[in-house]
Design a protein around this ligand. Structure first.
Ligand code: C5P
Length: 301
């Protein structure tokens, strides 16, 4: 059973207050993009996995620290399924890159095991298990374009038309998501950044929804926002020059993807993205052309 799940870009990410559970309240707009994780699930007695792919696989565990294996175990525990599975994960999404690759593996593993084992969970049941695995897992199940609130796991679909072209610049070294959130808290403390009263919920700017609905990249470029960017750039100051280079080379706008360090440059057309990719690759960057939105986790064979 082969299942494919997409990576994502947060085209808008407003970070609110730190909650008692250690998570921050968010308002985000997710777009699933054409960089995919494939998970092949086969019958086995125990729970094992292997990992391959064109990305740097350093730091990807193949034991129970891996979210895909945890997803399979969770589904088995919740449904009373008694045998196991072998998961073979083929990665395209950069590891620890801020594009939700590990979350996509978990979403794909849930869908693959549910189909392989014939446990037949409903959409809402799968969503609940996904949310227990991590804040970005529900979106990888759903794909497309969606607004996330709460920890990012409470999803509402957003109307989106057309196609958005992006050039991604990936980094060899990943950054840790908790470290980026911690750096943001420290930054806000240092600069006494007022994020408003606790009761004021973060919310996605109306301009973002409008741009997605209109399928208008220039309008979306003007509305891109990522509150984590200041923290990621503090941990990875080298990225600031790359952002400037991309924008000076014709991107409509650039931003850090999620907690980074992947950078995402929005382009006006596929041709425009190809040109920008060529310029950035010639400067020695690992640059990829992707587009969104694309569907969430689904069986492909
Ligand atoms: O849920 P996930 O494992 O993706 O989150 C990783 C870490 O990122 C959390 O442990 C937390 O430190 C941070 N985080 C957060 N607020 C969110 C999502 C993640 O502080 N809404």
């Amino acid at each position: 059973m082969r299942v494919r799940a997409p990576g994502k870009i947060n085209v808008y990410l407003e970070v609110g207050a730190l909650q008692h559970d250690g998570y921050h309240e968010l308002a985000t707009a997710f777009q699933a993009v054409s960089l995919f994780e494939d998970v092949v699930a086969t019958h086995a007695d125990g729970f094992t996995m292997s990992v391959g792919g064109a990305v740097d696989l350093d730091g990807v565990p193949t034991d129970d620290r891996n979210l895909a294996l945890r997803a399979a175990r969770l589904l088995a525990a919740e449904t009373g399924y008694e045998a196991g599975v072998h998961l073979d994960v083929h990665k395209q999404v950069p590891v620890a890159g801020g594009m939700g690759g590990g979350s996509a593996d978990a979403a794909a593993a849930l869908v693959a095991c549910d189909a392989l084992w014939d446990t037949r969970l409903t959409g809402p049941e799968l969503h609940r298990l996904a949310a227990r695995l991590g804040a970005d897992v529900p979106f990888a199940l759903r794909g497309g374009t969606a607004i996330g609130t709460g920890r990012g796991d409470v999803l509402n679909p957003a109307l989106a038309r057309g196609r958005f072209d992006w050039v991604l610049v990936t980094s060899v070294d990943g950054v840790s998501t908790p470290k980026v959130y911690g750096e943001l808290d420290a930054h806000r403390e240092r600069h006494k950044v007022d994020i408003g009263p606790i009761a004021t919920r973060p919310s996605v700017d109306a301009e973002v929804l409008h741009a997605l609905r209109a399928g208008d990249p220039a309008m979306l470029a003007a509305a891109l926002r990522n509150d984590l960017q200041v923290a990621t750039l503090r941990l990875r100051p080298d990225l600031a020059a790359v952002l400037e280079h991309g924008e000076a080379s014709g991107a409509l706008a650039g931003l850090v993807s999620g907690s980074g360090p992947t950078l995402a440059f929005l382009c006006g057309s596929p041709e425009h993205a190809l040109e920008l990719r060529t310029v950035l690759a010639a400067a020695g960057h690992d640059a990829l052309h992707v587009h969104g939105p694309v569907p969430g986790a689904r069986v492909v064979g």
